[in-house]
Design a binder for this molecule. Structure first.
Ligand code: ADP
Ligand code: ZN
Length: 291
């Protein structure tokens, strides 16, 4: 099969050609401008390739309900040029092939369960902590959509008493994204996150908020593995801190092999940042084969 993959992000669009085994033959990155500018460039890239299907993992919010008249649209995004844009319909019209569509983070979790360390697992959570916080959830062998799609980056956490930072989310005073995404770290400490690597208190607080959210996800979804990605998780010292805090917060309540082996339970992404684009190949294959 010749499959197209599009990881549609707010800053760049990664377009690739590959196959159902996860092999990528060709890949380009196009800066995200307006649909008028960016769409023709991407269509041009895919059009010559005679795709069997295209898979798109897209920044959101997006409409995933196939019964909705606006299925395949990007909906209430703050990126105004893309608001209400029919991304699936536009590619369908131009390429005439089946198009798989999901959120960017669902693309990443799908890449990990199909080609990466989570292969064979049925319930996996992928959390990205970067400019925002988002979760892709694979549950009982399917990507979770529900009424919209998970927005688990905005779960509320208990603010630490010594944290005087107001939070960055315009909707919530104390959600995970507002207190712990890259921009919140930078605003709270007045320094680029990457330059704060040596400041223990920064990562202690960060791990605290992330651990609180993870405990909520563990208790609700019972994932077999939690994968943490995104720019902020390049700070590898976060992993042992998060694992310890999750263990402390669970306080022995959940007794499973997975939770007992935290080093293999809460882990970094395994596909060298290709989990998203490889997930798009699988989205395409699933659409083509109707699975
Ligand atoms: P995006 O979320 O836009 O796709 P990233 O996942 O790279 O992109 O996230 C960008 C955010 O991650 C920035 O806010 C930045 O502060 C933070 N970040 C990027 N690299 C690092 C790093 N090495 N250490 C800590 N934070 C980082
Ligand atoms: Zn929020």
């Amino acid at each position: 099969m010749i499959l197209g993959a599009l990881e549609a992000g707010g800053t760049k669009m990664v377009c690739a050609i590959g196959d159902e085994t996860g092999k990528i033959f060709e890949q380009v990155s196009v800066p995200t401008q307006t649909p008028e500018v960016t769409m023709p460039t991407m269509i041009e890239f895919f059009k010559k390739k005679k795709l069997d299907a295209l898979g798109i993992a897209c920044f959101g919010p997006v409409e995933l309900d196939r019964k909705s008249p606006v299925y395949g649209h990007i909906t209430t995004t703050p990126k105004l040029a893309w608001r209400d844009f029919d991304i699936v319909g536009s590619f369908q019209k131009a390429l005439g092939c089946p198009i798989g569509f999901d959120t960017d983070v669902n693309g990443s979790v799908l890449g990990e369960v199909t080609f990466g360390q989570a292969k064979g697992k049925k319930c996996v959570l992928y959390l990205t902590i970067g400019t925002g916080v988002g979760a892709g959830i694979y549950i009982e062998g399917k990507l979770l959509h529900g009424m919209l799609h998970p927005e688990a980056g905005h779960v509320l956490v208990t603010k630490k008493s010594d944290d005087s930072y107001a939070g960055k989310c315009p909707y919530h005073k104390n959600c995970l994204e507002g207190l712990a995404a890259g921009p919140a770290i930078e605003e709270r400490w007045g320094e680029k996150a990457v330059n704060l690597a040596g400041r223990q208190e920064v990562w202690d607080l960060e791990a605290d908020y992330i651990a609180q959210a993870l405990v909520g996800y563990i208790l609700t979804l019972s994932p077999e593995m939690i994968i943490l990605g995104g720019g902020v998780m390049h700070q590898e010292q976060l992993f042992p801190l998060i694992r310890q805090k999750v263990t402390d917060l669970l306080n022995g309540y959940v007794q499973t092999e997975e939770v007992a082996d935290m080093e293999h339970y809460i882990v970094p992404a395994s596909l060298q940042d290709a989990q998203g684009i490889m997930g798009c190949l699988e989205l395409a294959r699933r659409e083509k084969e109707g699975v």
